[in-house]
Design a protein around this ligand. Sequence first.
Ligand code: MN
Ligand code: MN
Length: 454
Amino acid sequence: MENLMYKKSNMYNDISKKKAKEIDDFARLYMSFLDKTKTEREGCLHATTLAEKCGYKPFEFGQKLKVGDKRYIVGHNKAIFLFKIGKNDLAKNGIKIIGAHIDSPRLDLKPNPVFEDGQICYFKTHYYGGIKKFHYLTIPLALHGVVVKANGEKVDFVVGEKEDDPVFYISDLLPHLSRALEQTQGKEIVSGEQLNLIVGGKALKDCKVDAIKSGILKYLNDNYQITETDLITSEICAVPAIKAREVGFDRAFISGYGQDDKSCAFSALQALFDCNSNDTVMVALFDKEEIGSEGNTGAQSKLLEDLIDEICENFNCSSRKVRMASQCLSADVTSAYDPNFKNAFDYKNVSMLSCGVSIKKYGGVGGKSGSNDASAELVGSLRQKMDRDGVVWQTGELGKVDIGSGGTIAKFIAKLNIDTIDIGIPVLSMHAPNELISKADLYSAYSAFKAFFN
Ligand code: MN
Ligand code: MN
């Protein structure tokens, strides 16, 4: 009877020494990737570095392609698509695509951020993506950004990641005075306009007005040759100044910032580099997923469609035919069952930590509204490939019916008439400054993505 029932299995049970080492080695590579890719710009840059090491060359629209070519194209410094041209018939087999995103929730500086109050200099922020605002209080924050100066010169900078770098900080009210506040709902404990970053506190000598702000502006000018006006033409993000760490005595888990969705992005990249498929295969790493896949670097942009058109033109086949024959895994994290918050989940339909990468046939809320509902045939073909390669996998919904939802890029890829399904790594504390995943699930995602390509 046992085999008639669906049961999840924990990957750490009955694991060989060799497999355990593979999981740990993969996790180590991933953790170093995570520490280097806190913003989409850095994600793009580091994916390029990895790709070049694996023999991928830059591609521009208009260039010729041939079977065996390994190329990548970068969209406006924030999205990157890598692909390998296989010998199989494009029109018949289509392209095997894995899409993930490399942007993560954080605080962005406002265009005019600097002000002084109470002997403190602040930067005002506008949060990016879905956060619980109170998470960002009293944790060390780093600034990652790019400033375009009046003469057009671009200055990149990162402050707060090195051991001896200063960090930035948002204050919270002491508990002694919080009684009234604590009676309000969690979300209102702090408002968006209160997410002001402490950036300094030393007055500029002989300065009568805004002496502390002047001190900070002088520091920025001395060190980066930028002015307050230059901040209008900048993109500066405040991100948690923390590193990826192993969690637990047995080191089963990994905590770190931005695992949504760099965990899937990294696994997809490695699967691409390590696969030997005869089909044309692609990894598409998008920006702007956290704010609805908008803009020319998000999944709603024409970039993916244009690239597929371009590949098709090179091999004299119809892009319409190729998209119809293509498949896409929308690789994005999902929620893991959290025993501390049991009521949010349907126990029978939630992903468990360490039980493998999780297939999500649909998302959406209020009767699957806003969801890409993958076909049983697509779920079936993926299941076959994963079972063939011995990949441990599971399935789960985000949470209970009608309780909430989260979108992914799946529905935007599906709009191109590409068969698309959501799959991803289960996460605890998704969108918190420090998210948690299981090393086993990370490795399972990599194995599943490789099985999909092969
Ligand atoms: Mn995501
Ligand atoms: Mn997200």
